[in-house]
Design a protein around this ligand. Structure first.
Ligand code: SF4
Length: 307
């Protein structure tokens, strides 16, 4: 399973058909061996994900979506930035993070390495991994690919970046994003129809959808809230994020942070709709420090299987 899904690669809705195993890079820029830029405990996810001890994040380099304002561009635009690992190495990293106290194992931007992620979860479960797994994605996913993760992923943490096709085209060259992401979220909800938490409030399974509010695009977020609530009601949680940090050289309106008025407008709309299951971010989180440094922390895992 691990190799053949990479060649020709149709792992994501770009469906490039690139022969990644044969050394050809697709739109995501990745070849067929996972590259990890960071593996560490992370305290800045939603409270039931980070908990008190941190989420065991594993950041994959490269990305198929390529948003012009990417908040993780240091790694998304550099598919070779970091360490190469195989499924065994990935499983050992997961076990190391669990040993450090991670509440969960959080795969960040994993879509283009989905076959390795699935195989590594199986290996790690066989070796004692007991914490939940989190699939932390931009939301641009194919339903039949997500079905392969059923039973392996406990928590889905997708973005719903765009409800407006023109904006998806302009910022991510993906006019089909709104419909594709909604179908993907529906599949995630099919796999986990309700959110479950431990007595201590740590998430065990379910779906949290993230809405990163973009400057000048509050209408996009409000429509996203309406569509999500009309489709999924209280079976999901929605996280409304204010942390957008403009990368250098962005054109207006992406060259500024989200204003307090814009954020209030989005949150007010969620309240008006009657959304109860929402995470609202403190405005102080809108700092560059919210974005983790890459290449700074790395769990050794199993040196045998690092490449
Ligand atoms: S994962 Fe990468 S190579 Fe595969 S279809 Fe998507 S962009 Fe293309």
């Amino acid at each position: 399973m691990t190799e053949n899904l990479y060649s020709p690669c149709r792992l994501c809705p770009r469906e490039c058909g690139a022969d990644r195993s044969g050394g050809v890079r697709g739109r995501c820029g990745a070849l067929s061996t996972p590259v990890i830029s960071r593996a560490a405990l992370h305290m800045w996810e939603e409270p039931p994900i980070s908990g008190t001890r941190g989420s065991g994040t594993i950041f994959f380099s490269g990305c198929q979506l390529g948003c012009i304002y990417c908040q993780n561009r240091e790694i998304s635009r550099s598919p070779d930035f970091g360490r190469r690992v195989d499924s065994e190495g990935l499983a050992e990293i997961m076990l190391s993070l669990q040993k450090m106290g991670a509440h969960n194992i959080n795969f960040v931007t994993p879509t283009h390495f989905m076959p390795h992620v699935a195989a590594a979860v199986d290996i790690a479960r066989g070796r004692g991994l007991s914490v939940p797994t989190v699939y932390n994605t931009g939301g641009y996913e194919l339903v039949d690919r997500l079905r392969r993760l059923e039973g392996k992923i406990d928590i889905y943490l997708p973005d719903f970046k765009y409800s407006v096709s023109a904006l998806a085209l302009k910022y991510s060259a993906a006019a089909d994003y709104p419909d594709i992401a909604l179908r993907a979220i529906a599949e995630m909800v099919r796999q986990h129809p309700e959110c479950r938490f431990s007595d201590g409030g740590i998430m065990l399974s379910g779906v949290i959808v993230r809405l990163l509010l973009l400057p000048g695009a509050v209408a996009n977020t409000k429509l996203a809230l309406s569509r999500l609530y009309s489709e999924f009601r209280d079976s999901i949680y929605i996280s409304i994020m204010s942390q957008y940090t403009p990368p250098p050289g962005m054109p207006p309106p992406l060259n500024r942070r989200v204003s307090a008025a814009e954020y209030r407008d989005a949150v007010g709309h969620a309240e008006k709709l009657g959304i109860k299951n929402a995470f609202i971010q403190q405005r102080e989180s809108a700092e560059e420090s919210y974005i983790p440094g890459f290449g700074e922390e790395f769990i050794a895992g199993c040196p045998q299987h690092g490449i």
